[in-house]
Ligand binder design. Structure first.
Ligand code: ADP
Ligand code: MG
Length: 615
């Protein structure tokens, strides 16, 4: 039989390997920025067109390349950064595999211009799909400029696989943030479709964070410093009360390289134990400096994972120092003057933020009563009801988070039976609806009864309403007497900019001022002024958390998000008129059965079913 094995031609091998290095435009951005840093640049400019699908260009003022190196840089495994396998354990550079440029050149149109300081003229090389199209001498400033055009031009499947521009842009901005945060002594700028997105001057770390995430970030930061033999930690963690629902602002850098580590992340969340509401994530911006010999960054092609020799020790040190910093913040005079300075028991603080839950969550008077076998009608009527009622106190005014706390409270059916008999209104004959536990609305129907979840029902009503306004583009706006101004980070503003049109269709009128300030002069009629910032924050959160694989529809997301923010919450009392209005509006909806997030809005119980229960 004839031999059938062949060596793959280089350009095919490169294309296959490219898949590992380049998943999306953001991967190219990362590799090019890192090369510029490795070249010792002090100013780096990133230029993007169409979310990097049309152009990604990085211009640096680093050391540049000689003619030969310029040509060699596109060869596979061509690197100036390591000479032997031993060097892998002493890495001080970002790159070392010599794969990035070869991979990028295999799947895009690449133009390189580079010049070393001592040279009069520089080199320009054009490569398309691994083929060198031209090589010339050029006049160009010291440093390197690489343009990557038409990414995946020769792999249509990969190109089609790319997500929408907003999603890809977000990935790019994420990479840009990571690199810029790790190098505050380098000046970075970023342009997208001709407009400047970031301009980050050389600064200290705190200023760099603030320049990226907005001035309001400054007051949220608590410094962390630790210097031990195995590990140096520096950076900031976020004050607990500013924790967010998204994981957005969590950054670990090890030896100035962004890494992901669920284990170390756990060390930090455990340092926050008792300080955060459920589902909230603290921000952190932490730099860990360790001996390069004690880590292995070679285990993942995109190099965001890392292996430490002694993870347990790192975990312990990290946790302790974050805890210590939070402790110092915790005993600050604003919060509590006389507190014992034992930093490891932050319960005082917990009670301050969650009074009702801390007091009531474990309280169930009925179990006690059952045990002693003495529950009488009077027991039902007085004490227990009063105590259960007290659970609502303070929850109503606590904004959107309250419903989570609320759901944790376990309800029994008995106490409510008692309250029906306590409340003369409840048995009034004419009343067609009744509110149960400030959570459900009960209504009679021909075949029996209907139990409606008030929050979900209202979300459905609002959702269909907003959706209609957005799509027919005629949301009614109410002019604000005094325009609101709200600070956002540029990342957040980018999201708002993408949704601008849709937001305007719902009735928002806004204007982008300088210094990352959004001025809002009109809001939809249904939106109270006091809710505006919550709605926008929720919206940004929802957009950021949107699973990139699902179909991204800004309209739908906006309607959902606003409905979520504005809907009546669990725990809110409704008058009879309000209850009836809600029931009627729900059944006027196109899809009354489910909430915008596909949860059941109501259940029915027929008289037959009831009768069976009484058998
Ligand atoms: P690696 O960074 O892993 O060495 P790359 O494919 O990214 O591999 O780059 C190959 C080589 O090209 C680098 O080792 C470096 O010598 C050179 N190079 C790449 N980008 C630049 C740049 N911006 N300035 C100077 N040299 C560069
Ligand atoms: Mg590189």
């Amino acid at each position: 039989m004839a031999d059938i094995i062949q060596l793959l031609p280089d350009h095919v091998a490169n294309q296959i390997a490219a898949g590992e290095v380049v998943q999306r435009p953001a991967s190219v951005v990362k590799e090019l920025l890192e090369n510029a840093i490795d070249a010792g640049a002090s100013t780096i400019k990133l230029i993007i067109k169409d979310a990097g699908k049309t152009l990604i260009q990085v211009i640096d003022d680093g050391k540049g390349m000689s003619v030969t190196d310029a040509r060699l840089s596109f060869e596979r495994h061509a690197t100036s950064k390591i000479r032997s396998a031993d060097d892998l354990f002493q890495l001080n550079t970002k790159g070392f595999r010599g794969e990035a440029l070869a991979s990028i050149a295999a799947i895009a149109h690449v133009e390189l211009k580079t010049k070393q300081e001592q040279d009069e003229i520089g080199t320009s090389i054009v490569i398309e799909g691994s083929e060198v199209v031209s090589q010339d001498i050029v006049v160009t400033p010291k440093g390197t400029s690489i343009s990557v055009k038409n990414l995946f031009f020769n792999i249509p499947a990969r190109r089609n696989f790319l997500k929408s521009n907003p999603v890809e842009t977000r990935h790019i901005i994420d990479e840009f943030h990571r690199v810029a945060l790790a190098h505050s002594s380098i000046c970075f700028s970023c342009f997208h479709n001709g407009s400047e997105q970031f301009n980050l001057p050389i600064s200290n770390y705190r200023q760099r964070i603030v320049n990226i995430f907005g001035t309001k970030t400054n007051e949220k930061l608590v410094p962390v410093e630790e210097d031990t033999e195995v590990l140096k930690i520096s950076g900031f963690v976020g004050k607990p009360q500013y924790a967010k629902k998204s994981r957005g602002e969590q950054f670990f850098f090890v030896n100035n390289r962004f890494i992901k580590s669920a284990y170390l992340n756990h060390a930090i969340s455990s340092a926050y134990e008792g300080l955060l509401k459920d589902g909230a994530h603290a921000s952190y911006f932490l730099n860990l400096i360790v001996d390069p010999q004690t880590i292995d960054i070679n285990i993942h092609p995109t190099k965001t994972e890392i292996k430490f020799d002694d993870e347990h020790t790192l975990y312990a040190i990290l946790r302790a120092s974050v805890k210590h910093s939070l402790g110092q913040f915790n005993i600050a005079p604003v919060l509590d003057f006389e507190r014992d300075s034992n930093l490891d028991t932050p319960y005082n603080y917990e009670q301050k933020t969650e009074p009702s839950v801390a007091v009531d969550s474990g309280f169930n008077p009925f179990q006690e009563d059952k045990k002693v076998g003495s529950y009488t009608a009077s027991n039902y009527k007085k004490e227990p009801v009063a105590n259960w009622e007290s659970l609502y106190v303070g929850l109503e005014s606590k904004g959107t988070k309250s419903q989570n706390d609320f759901n944790e409270v376990h309800f029994e059916s008995e106490p409510e039976i008692a309250s029906i008999f306590n409340d003369p209104k409840a048995v009034e004959e004419k009343q067609s609806t009744y509110q149960l536990h400030k959570k459900y609305i009960i209504s009679t129907i021909k075949s029996g009864m209907l139990v409606i979840d008030q929050k979900r029902a209202h979300q459905r009503v609002l959702y269909e309403d907003f959706l209609q306004h957005i799509t027919v583009k005629e949301g009614v706006s109410q002019q604000l007497l005094f325009p609101l101004t709200i600070h956002f980070s540029s990342r957040e503003l980018e999201i708002i900019r993408q949704l601008k049109q849709d937001l305007e269709h719902t009735g928002f009128v806004f204007n982008l001022l300088e210094n990352e300030v959004l001025e809002i002069s009109g809001v939809p009629v249904s939106v109270p002024e006091s809710e505006v910032s919550i709605i926008l924050e929720q919206l940004i959160n929802d957009v950021e958390n949107e699973v990139p694989d699902s179909h991204f529809s800004a309209t739908d997301l906006l309607a959902k998000s606003m409905a979520k923010s504005l809907a009546i919450k669990t725990g809110q009392s409704l008058s009879n008129v309000e209850q009836e209005h809600l029931v009627n509006s729900l059944f006027a909806c196109k899809e009354p059965n489910v909430s915008p997030t596909n949860r059941v809005t109501f259940i029915t119980m027929t008289v037959d079913e009831l009768e069976k229960k009484f058998m």
